[in-house]
Each structure stands twice: as structure tokens, then as C-alpha cells.
Design a protein around this ligand. Structure first.
Ligand SMILES: [Zn+2]
Length: 580
């Protein structure tokens, strides 16, 4: 653990959350141990942002943000955990102990330096006479002007070119291996990871070279080779060319499939093209995009794989409230080929005429049905109505409803009636789900963060109850016959174990030390649990704890009984030849 728990405990003792928050947000209302103010994280007119002086946490009943004093500083100052700790230490006049993470920091900056030197080396190899194969490729693709802005280079054939050049500059073997630039061979010697490849540095938005992507110049495999994840590079959190695209003035980000597509698009004047490397679009990358634009145009390959990836990307981008359009590229396999054949202006027109994701999905929905038959039209009608019913705006539903009605060959009224029916069905299903969830005396509300969603709500409600009572009455409940493994929610289970461990060590149940082991989303959930409004009085705590534990056990037994039944049914099927 980078910071000691003692240090973090002292830090939170010296930074009272009410003082810290008050310097950002006037806390005007008071109710018991809580003070309320207007939430700094979402717009509101009546205060629903609560700061609890007893438990040293904050929780917004409006937007769900929450945590301890460190989480607050992370959020409001936009700092990572370590910098938030430094910030608070400075505020309280405390000295920050030197530690492992500072060593990491040193390793990090060394690795960035090595990457920069490697990029320089690759560039030198590209412009040297020996870089002829790469120069030839660049000329053929018509991307000569892109060499400089992208910092392109060439990794020559041979096993130790880069390794020798970098060790001569004082980098160690270990540093080369850690950066993913070299590997250890069977004989124990190092060999270059990238050989005979056109090199594209991956540059982050701050301008640091964090990794590389190399395209092979011969016929070998794989066509693209990407740096492995390292201390400074995470594939799933980086986007190729975002350092350039963020400066674009065109108002949208163009999402392409691979690095050569991106370079060709930039060459053709589309300076907002980016791509994910060695992975399909991830939620982290989508969030990164949403920091720089409100609109995304997906320009994936025209083949089935590309279209499937586009559908997936829509699903990942949609929760971020971005305007999403999807490009269809007629008569070419990818954007580059289209531009080679038809020129940049035609491609620009294609972007301007591109379908909104709504229309795109309607068209995709039609693909499974034969619209020349009645059955096919009915099938499409139902699928399209369900899709249109999911659009949030009534204008949107009307506009796309008309289009879909035309396609299905029915009247607009008939189609919109079908949409209304689908909406009623969806609403009824949602209500039923809510009823099921709230049938428990303690209203179970799913955590805001999707990745924390509870699988077993009944058990999770009891698990939250256990955590609440444990934190409020640590002396009473320090030695429960329960471990985190008994919990159905992995996050709640880990929190339970962490809090119990602190109690066992005789520490206070301060959440400061937890902010490092748990994500901001988990901390917000913990703050919500500690701040529930339907709190159980001390006198009833013992009884309530017993009920919670019984509930957790009975849910676990029910689940395993379900497993038993399933395996019994499986067995029956096999012995008697039932099924299929
Ligand atoms: Zn809020």
C-alpha cells in the first residue's frame, strides 16, 4: 500500500469534511449531523447535497455523487487519488511520505523518455536510405505529408537494432522489456519487438509517446502489431490520433477502424479521425471522446464485421448523450478506398448525408426480414416499433415512425399505434421490475454506476444493511459470523472485508483509507449506504442485523438450491434422453 493507513487517517482527521466542502459550497441548511448545500456536481435549485459531519462523508440525493473528503477533492479539483492526498496534506500542513508510488512515478517518466527516444530512432531510420521499403509504402499510400504530424518511423529488419541503440543511450534491458519494446529470447538475450514495420507512435493528449503500433511491410503476420499494456499505456483507455483530432474545428470526431485509415483520413483533410488500437471501442475510450466532442461519426469498414462493430460502438457511445451518426460507404471496402476512388469532397458529402444512429438501426432491423411478404412486413413492423418506442423524444418517434411505416407499407397511424403499444408494454415491464425490487421493506435502489449493478437485489439490500450497521456500531458488530465472500455483490463484499479488517486492527471506521482501494463509484455507493434516510435506531440494530444475516443466508441457499435443481434436471435429461 503506497500511503500508510496511519497517514491517511491523520490526513482525514486534519481535514474535516465540513470545513473542506464549505470552502467550495456554502452549506446553508442543517438537519441533525447533516448540512446541506447546492450540489456542485449537478445543477439544482434546492439543496440536496448532504455533508455528514459524524461520518465524514458527502452524498448528493440528486445525482448520487458521494464519498469522503479525498473523493470530494478528486472530483471537484479533477485530481487523481495521489494528487488529491497531496492537495489535502498541503492544506493541513502535513508532510507526504515518500513511497513506492514515487518510485513508480520515476519509472513512468523514464519509460516516456525511452518511448520518445525510440520514436526518434524510428524516424531516423525512416528517412535514412535504409528506410526505402517504408518510404515506398508511404508514397504508394499517398501519405507522405503525414509522416511529420504523426511522427511516423521505421523499425528495420534485424533483431537488435533498437535494443542496441537504446542501451547505448543508457537505457537498461529491464526498461526496454518493461516498455514493451524488446523481449527476452530463449537464450536470455534481448530482441526487438518491432521488426520490418512502419511505426506509428501512440501519442496521448498531453503529447507523450505512450506506445507504438507497427504495420508490417512484407506479407507476414500479424499485419498490425501493437505495444502491450505498460505502466504508461493502456490499450482500452487510449485512442490513436486523439492528440491531433482534439485540435480539429470540424465539430465531430470521426471514428475509424485502424491506424492506416486514420492517417489516410487526415491526409484527405479529415483531421478529426481517431481509432482504437488492438481492441474494439471500450467505455473508457467513449468517455475520452465525449470530453472533446458532442458528435461522433462512425466510419468503420463496409463489411459485416465492420457493421457489427458499428452496432456495438453505438451501444457504448449512447449512454454518453452524444449525437451519433453512422457512415455507410457505398462501393468501397473502407473510407480510404472510397476517398481514393471518389475524392475527399465525395467523402465529405457522405458524412453530411450520413444517417443518424436511429435511422441506421431501423435499416439494420429491416435486414432480417423479407419486406415483399406479409409475414416479413409484420415481423419488421414489430421490431421497428419496439426500436422506435425506445427513442426518448416524441418528435423523434414521430419522424422515424413515419419512415418505418413507409418501409413496412402500413399507415402512419397504424405504426404509431404499434409504437404506443410497445411503450405501454415496456412501461409495464419496468413497473413490474420496480415493484419486485421495492417489495422489500428497505427500498432497494440500484447503484448509479452500471458496473456495480446488483444481481440479487434482495440479498444486496441486506448486504447494504449489514454495512450500514457495521459502520455505525463497530464495537457491537466487529465479529460477525460473516465474510465478504458470503455477499452476492462483489463490491459490497470487499467493502465489508475492508471495514472489518480496520475494526480488527482497532482503527476507527474512517473511510479515508478506503478511497484508495475502491473506485469513486464504489465510494459513492458506500456514502449512500452510510447516509440512508430510513435509518434503523440503535435499539433495533441487533434485531435488524440478525434479519439481514438470515436474509443473506437464505438467498444464498435459494441460489444453490436452484443450482442443484438445474443440475438434477440436466442429469435427468442425459439419462432419459429428454430434450433437444
Ligand atoms: Zn448532485
Amino acid at each position: 500500500m503506497p500511503f500508510s493507513e496511519d497517514f491517511l487517517d491523520e490526513l482525514s482527521r486534519r481535514n474535516d469534511i465540513v470545513d473542506v466542502v464549505s470552502s467550495y459550497v456554502p452549506l446553508t441548511k442543517r438537519s441533525g449531523v447533516n448540512r446541506f448545500g447546492l450540489c456542485p456536481f449537478h445543477g439544482e435549485k434546492t439543496p440536496s447535497f448532504a455533508v455528514n459531519s459524524e461520518r465524514q462523508i458527502y452524498h448528493c440525493f440528486g445525482c448520487g455523487k458521494g464519498g469522503n473528503v479525498i473523493n470530494f477533492i478528486m472530483e471537484i479539483e479533477n485530481l487523481d487519488f495521489r494528487d488529491a492526498v497531496r492537495f489535502l496534506a498541503r492544506r493541513a500542513g502535513m508532510e507526504v511520505p515518500e513511497d513506492d508510488q514515487d518510485r513508480d512515478r520515476g519509472r513512468r517518466s523514464r519509460m516516456l523518455e525511452l518511448n520518445r527516444e525510440a520514436a526518434r530512432y524510428f524516424y531516423g531510420q525512416l528517412i535514412a536510405p535504409s528506410g526505402a521499403p517504408a518510404q515506398e509504402y508511404i508514397r504508394r499510400r499517398g501519405i507522405v505529408n503525414m509522416v511529420k504530424p504523426f511522427g511516423m518511423g521505421y523499425a528495420p529488419e534485424g533483431w537488435q537494432n533498437l535494443t542496441d541503440a537504446m542501451t547505448a543511450k543508457g537505457f537498461t534491458r529491464q526498461e526496454l522489456v518493461d516498455a514493451g519494446l524488446a523481449r527476452v529470447g530463449k537464450s536470455g538475450g534481448l530482441y526487438d519487438y518491432f521488426r520490418g514495420r512502419l511505426m506509428f507512435p501512440v501519442i496521448d493528449v498531453r503529447g507523450s509517446v505512450i506506445g507504438f503500433s507497427g504495420r508490417i511491410l512484407s506479407d507476414g503476420e500479424p499485419k498490425y502489431l501493437n505495444s502491450p499494456d505498460t505502466l504508461v499505456y493502456s490499450k482500452s483507455r487510449s485512442l490513436f490520433a486523439l492528440n491531433l483530432a482534439k485540435k480539429s474545428k470540424c465539430g465531430y470526431i470521426l471514428l475509424a477502424e485502424g491506424n492506416i485509415d486514420v492517417v489516410s483520413l487526415h491526409q484527405a483533410g479529415f483531421d478529426s479521425a481517431v481509432a482504437s488500437l488492438g481492441t474494439s471501442l471500450t467505455p473508457d475510450q467513449a468517455r475520452l471522446i465525449s470530453r472533446y466532442t458532442q458528435q461522433v461519426v462512425i466510419a468503420y469498414d463496409a463489411d459485416a464485421a465492420g457493421q457489427k462493430a458499428a452496432q456495438r460502438a453505438i451501444g457504448i457511445l449512447q449512454p454518453l448523450d452524444l449525437k451519433i451518426r453512422v457512415l455507410k460507404i457505398p462501393g468501397a471496402k473502407d473510407p480510404d478506398e472510397f476517398i481514393q476512388q471518389n475524392g475527399p469532397t465525395a467523402f465529405k458529402n457522405l458524412i453530411e448525408r450520413s444517417d443518424s444512429q436511429a435511422l441506421y438501426r431501423l435499416e439494420q432491423a429491416a435486414e432480417g426480414f423479407d419486406l415483399t411478404t406479409d409475414d416479413g412486413r409484420v415481423g419488421y413492423l414489430k421490431a421497428a416499433a419496439k426500436l422506435v418506442a425506445s427513442f426518448p423524444g416524441s418528435v423523434e418517434r414521430e419522424i422515424y415512425g413515419i419512415r418505418a411505416a413507409e418501409k413496412a407499407g402500413v399507415s402512419k397511424e397504424a405504426f404509431l399505434a404499434e409504437v404506443a403499444r410497445a411503450r405501454r408494454q415496456a412501461a409495464a415491464a419496468a413497473k413490474k421490475k420496480l415493484d419486485r425490487e421495492s417489495s422489500s421493506p428497505l427500498r432497494a435502489v440500484q447503484p448509479q454506476a452500471r458496473q456495480l449493478r446488483f444481481e440479487n437485489v434482495r440479498s444486496a439490500v441486506a448486504e447494504e444493511g449489514v454495512l450500514n450497521l457495521l459502520c455505525r456500531f463497530p464495537e457491537q458488530f466487529g465479529g460477525l459470523p460473516l465474510t465478504g465472500a458470503d455477499f452476492t455483490s462483489p463490491s459490497l463484499g470487499r467493502m465489508y472485508d475492508a471495514v472489518t479488517a480496520r475494526i480488527r486492527q482497532g482503527r476507527s471506521v474512517s473511510t479515508a483509507a478506503l478511497a484508495e482501494q475502491f473506485s469513486p463509484e464504489e465510494m459513492a455507493l458506500l456514502a449512500k449506504i452510510l447516509q440512508r434516510d430510513d435509518e434503523i435506531p440503535a435499539a433495533a440494530a441487533e434485531k435488524a442485523m440478525g434479519d439481514y444475516i438470515n436474509k443473506i443466508r437464505s438467498e444464498r441457499d435459494r441460489a444453490s438450491a436452484g443450482d442443484d435443481l438445474r443440475s438434477y434436471a440436466e442429469k435427468l435429461k442425459q439419462t432419459k434422453g429428454y430434450g433437444s
